[in-house]
Design a protein around this ligand. Sequence first.
Ligand SMILES: *Cc1c(COP(=O)(O)O)cnc(C)c1O
Length: 392
Amino acid sequence: MDEPLIERMRAYGETVFAEMTRLATETGAVNLGQGFPDTDGPASLLEAAARHIREGVNQYPPGPGHPELRRAVSRYRARHYGTEYDPDTEVHATVGATAGIAAALLALVDRGDEVVVFEPMYDSYAAMITLAGGVRRPVMLRPDPATGRFTFDPAELRAAVGPRTRMVLVNTPHNPTGTVFTAEELEHVAAVCREHDLIAFTDEVYEFLAFDGRPHVPLASLPGMRERTLTASSAGKMFAVTGWKTGWVTGPEPLVGAVRRVNQFLTFSANGALQLAVAEALDTQGEWVAAQRDTLRGKRDRLAAGLADAGFDVGVCEGTYFVMADIRPLGRTDGVELARALPREAGVAAIPAQVFYDRQEEGAHLLRFAFCKEDAVLDEAVARLSAWHGKT
Ligand SMILES: *Cc1c(COP(=O)(O)O)cnc(C)c1O
């Protein structure tokens, strides 16, 4: 048989996360590649899920999500950001943020439509824009020479918008750079959306993981943006249960309605018992979430210091699970080559950041390391990297 996969998907091979995890397993390397925590979420959340399953919440929940979850989502968005969403028509539960992203792109981006997206970008955006038949118009995030923080040039953003632009896709706090967009940066995005009557899609799965007292600013909270912005988030990063794939989108009724229409044929509904458990946690686990944020900030500092000692130039990380590390001070330039060698050479696995770029040369010298791991794991990784550095 000829290659059965449709042509436009052929460029998307096995994800590098799977490859690096496999390499880590084969070599016994400490895996700082994929971003999942190695400790569980709040005990009451886990208990609640088990209880709901035992007590018979085991059949299809309503397609839009359990009303309890939709109401809890509506409450926390209002409580934290002052944005009000009607739980019946403006909140929709999805199988993780990933399904929200997929449904939104399939529902709102037509063949030939352009999507302005910041690169480096989370890997599902590129694949889903392609699957929808859309075209990416990437805007580069680069380290500011003065601060080392990844940011964009507003002129480049403006230049990326044209007559076929349909949507601007934003992710804040941003994976993989660790940038938390400021209100001023987001206002540049809001301004082009308002001027060109664009839809904004914002991925806020790390909304509660902005560190050092930095505020997370939802794009939908800026003037004129609520009516045109769809926001995706999920319990995975918020409560350290990435395997639960329990997410939601919020937005004005026409946009959420479009997502709903498509999502009913993608997954129809999501896991009801987990939705009920997450609904309770959204109302009650604020302290756990704040404590997790502090713990992760400490882990960021621990790993960043270790990477610097091992000779990397470590990027500024304001939020998320990740730091970027420049390999050039080590005399290396090819991140893919180094990421493939590192598990065997040093006993540590990371992700070559190049895979997050359309213009791959821009990210060739960067590795992404995850710090959402137990301190002992981070210390072991740091010790191994420093021994490796001593040898090279
Ligand atoms: C982890 C992650 C997701 C996926 O969220 P799920 O709820 O697990 O589907 C989406 N976007 C970004 C930026 C992520 O890092």
